[in-house]
Design a protein around this ligand. Structure first.
Ligand SMILES: Cc1ncc(COP(=O)(O)O)c(C=O)c1O
Length: 390
């Protein structure tokens, strides 16, 4: 069995016998010819789905899915046109009227917002966390699904997904793990019994801030068919060009993520000692309440490229830092080549209710920093000069 980086480079298994090319081509074709003109039978993809129309199956997307299935240790993966596209397909395929779903309180705002909107179809959303114990208490028989994020945003909390998976197994609950911020390099939820794992490919997997995409991976072949059908009905398959970019992105995931994680730890330590800083949130810090869980859960000694910090003062001071950074761009999203600084109250956490935001400590003086691939010294200099302005 080959290892992580080898799979991220070669996992698509593509080889063109005619040309000798081992790079996956960009198949822009909308349609594919029926090989059997007499019966009109469509060509089948390697997993048996009909390959006749690119809203259903596309060879470039399929190559990307193979890589993700290998990295996440699932038997199959499905690519989507956004992370939200994959989450919508999961909700629609697996939930019915009367179901209850538990979601991380500190989840991506739109993940939560979409679930709460399913109330009109008779689906009830219960918020849990941010600590593992709260999940363990709330997961009871009859709960249809639990959705957790391995590392949360913006406070970079880490829940014990292993314990949650065990509890879900006892109660017959499907566990969905949004593994966007950890990536399969740190953690592979399916190995601990999660039903399904998913990503906003837009972030670390794409890795260059130049595509929007989503992907999910799982093991159950029947559930895959259901999810595939919903992707087809919703028209939410990943675009072939995005799949092409994502294949290129994922092939360098390990080297990028290692650099981002190491630089994030160095900056977290730098900020921790800074006189203008009130608090730093990063699971790689030994002082973090999530350090022990992260160390036990993650398969390598890395803690991701996302940290947040509170500046001394309030909104005015936080926004001043945002205004003053130069190398670091004031922008949402993360996981690409550019370091991005963001104000969670008006960004990813905007759709959380003010009560939830307050409970989670997402206050007016909080900023989130997502590491790109610039030189560490330049990032440190940039933060220094921006902080000296307040
Ligand atoms: C953890 C997480 N999951 C899902 C999403 C949604 O992904 P997308 O923006 O690709 O739809 C995001 C977006 O920021 C996210 O942060």
């Amino acid at each position: 069995m080959t290892r992580f980086s080898t799979d991220s480079v070669h996992g698509h298994d593509y080889y063109d016998i005619e040309t000798g090319s081992f790079k996956v081509p960009l198949y822009l074709s909308t349609v594919f010819e029926h090989p059997d003109r007499r019966t009109g039978e469509a060509r089948k993809s390697d997993r048996g789905f009909e390959q006749k129309y690119s809203r259903e199956e596309n060879p470039t997307v399929r190559a990307f899915e193979k890589v993700i299935a290998k990295l996440e240790k699932g038997s199959q993966a499905l690519g989507f046109n956004s992370g939200m596209g994959s989450i919508a397909a999961v909700y629609l395929s697996a939930l019915s009227a009367g179901d209850r779903i538990i979601i991380t309180k500190e989840s991506y705002g739109t993940t939560q917002d979409l679930a709460l909107n399913l109330a009109k179809f008779g689906i009830k959303t219960i918020l849990a966390g941010p600590e593992t114990e709260d999940f363990l208490e709330k997961i009871q028989p009859g709960v249809a699904m639990v959705l957790v994020e391995t590392i949360t945003n913006p406070q970079a909390r880490v829940v014990d997904v292993r314990k949650i998976a065990k509890r879900c197994k006892e109660t017959g609950t499907r566990l969905v793990v949004d593994n966007t911020f950890a990536t399969p390099l740190l953690y592979k939820p399916l190995l601990d019994g999660a039903w399904l794992t998913l990503h906003s490919v837009t972030k670390y997997i794409g890795g260059h801030n130049d595509l929007i995409g989503g992907v999910l991976a799982l093991n159950d072949p029947m559930d895959l068919i259901e999810l595939w059908e919903f992707r087809r009905r919703l028209g939410s398959i990943m675009g072939p060009f995005e799949a092409f970019l994502a294949l290129r992105g994922v092939s360098t995931l390990k080297v990028r993520f290692e650099t981002q994680s190491k630089n994030a730890l160095a900056l977290a330590e730098f900020l921790q000692d800074h006189p203008k800083i009130e608090g730093v949130y990063y699971p790689g810090l030994k002082t973090s309440p999530y350090h022990k869980t992260a160390r036990a859960l993650f398969s390598v000694r890395l803690y991701g490229g996302l940290l947040s910090f509170k500046v001394k003062g309030g909104k005015k001071e936080a926004l001043e830092v945002l205004r003053k950074v130069q190398v670091i761009k004031p922008s949402p999203s993360l996981g690409g080549t550019e370091s991005l600084l963001n104000y969670p109250v008006t960004s990813a956490s905007k759709t959380l209710s003010p009560v939830v935001r307050k409970e989670l400590g997402i206050g007016d003086n909080l900023l989130r920093l997502a590491l790109g691939l610039e030189d560490l010294e330049d990032l440190e200099d940039d933060l220094s000069q921006a902080l000296s302005a307040i």
